[in-house]
Design a protein around this ligand. Sequence first.
Ligand code: SF4
Length: 253
Amino acid sequence: MMTNPKRLIPYYQLARQWRDLSDWWPGETPWDVAVSAVLTQNTQWSRAFRALQDLRQAGLDTPDAVARAQRSVLERLVRPAGSFRRKAQTIQALARFVVTECGGHPRRLSTWPLDRARSALLAIHGIGPETADAILLYACGVPVAVVDAYTVRILQRHGLLPAGRWRYEDVQHQMETWFSGDAEAWKELHAQMVTVGRTFCKARGPLCMACPWRPLLPEGRPDDGVSGPRDRVLGLREGISQSRPVELGRPVQ
Ligand code: SF4
């Protein structure tokens, strides 16, 4: 199936010529980014952003403060992001983990062996593989591939992944075979996948003519039979928002 071992590099380079997405995920602190990865699950970024602002205005802007907060207060503040009881529980569990295991600094996870760091995050109720990897990449600076529904749809439409169900870990492994770079490069590649996916690679009717990745489209593609990737990738249960966070600017002042 594979002829070019680094076959995602042309995607990365073409998208870079199209748009600078190097500052795509906003956040004043690594903790902001980690919290927003939870808040934006299955909701629009604007709603997650409002909840993040409310947390900050209430002084709950550090792992220590969130770990000690009353659950009812957290629930009220994260309500704009939806699923507020579960998200409040997840954010507080994440905060307690960061306080007890990382000395209050989420970036310390970057010094852990990757499997251990990922397993620790996955052990927190409400954090699935997409959220765990988004935290590791964007909050902690660990170079990992983040897999989401747009990524799978694009890879399948370009014939890089056969249609059908894929496990999250398998897609991630493929991506890490096809691309290499530091955390900044992985951040940008994921931003490109989401942005191109949202802008052009729509589930019903991809807008290939305007897409920066059209030159990479194999003959006869896209395969219109590829749709609905969300239910084709096992493990994508938490569904981080697919909107572009940076469109709203930096979330906190
Ligand atoms: S819109 Fe077309 S060219 Fe762009 S990523 Fe999707 S299938 Fe490829």
